[in-house]
Design a protein around this ligand. Structure first.
Ligand SMILES: Nc1nc2c(ncn2[C@@H]2O[C@H](COP(=O)(O)OP(=O)(O)O)[C@@H](O)[C@H]2O)c(=O)[nH]1
Ligand SMILES: [Mg+2]
Length: 165
């Protein structure tokens, strides 16, 4: 299977904007009503994670990907994921925090929320608007083992990238 990532996160968390930034597309993110497959990314509607009725769709879609991005909005005080949600999806985990540029962003809080969702893995702190941290994501999707990812995080030594725990 070609390396491909599914992005999951709440409604309005910045999933589609992130996808466009990663693909270098200028288009404005429109409300995602269904799965959007584009090149190496699968964008999902926020409803998929906000309503447990749709978890089966997440599970089914995960079969098409090698990696999953667990996305947390830095301006939100809550997580849309159940604790340890990543345990149920046997794919490579990547945490992404969005909107770190926002005046109300709390990156520490977002990091703590993601640590409750992911068992382990990298967390990337990003702003699609200011193009911060974005360039770290595509190379991570090329890596297939935790060891390589851990080494990548170490080598980059970036303020926008950490490895948990
Ligand atoms: N401040 C800030 N706002 C963002 C950023 N990325 C997205 N947004 C805004 O967050 C809202 C939701 O974005 P969208 O990508 O549609 O979220 P989705 O529902 O998760 O796909 C929109 O108003 C975006 O303009 C960012 O990097 N910084
Ligand atoms: Mg969307």
């Amino acid at each position: 299977m070609k390396n491909r990532v599914m992005i999951i996160g709440g409604v309005q968390a910045g999933k589609s904007t992130l996808m466009n930034a990663l693909l270098g597309k200028d288009r404005q993110a429109i409300k995602t009503q269904a799965l959007v497959f584009d090149d190496w990314i699968v964008d999902t509607p926020g409803e998929y994670i906000e309503n447990p009725m749709y978890y089966r769709n997440i599970m089914a879609t995960s079969l098409e990907v090698t990696h999953v991005i667990y996305l947390q909005d830095a301006t939100s005080s809550r997580s849309v994921f159940p604790p340890q949600f990543s345990l149920g999806i046997p794919k490579i985990q990547i945490g992404v925090i969005t909107k770190i540029d926002a005046p109300l962003a709390d990156v520490e809080r977002a990091t703590a929320l993601l640590k409750n969702v992911m068992t382990h893995g990298p967390i990337v702190k990003t702003s699609a608007w200011q193009k911060l941290g974005i360039e770290l994501i595509a190379p991570l999707i090329q890596l297939r083992s935790d060891e390589e990812i851990r080494q990548f995080v170490k080598d980059r030594d970036s303020p926008y990238l950490i490895y948990c725990p």
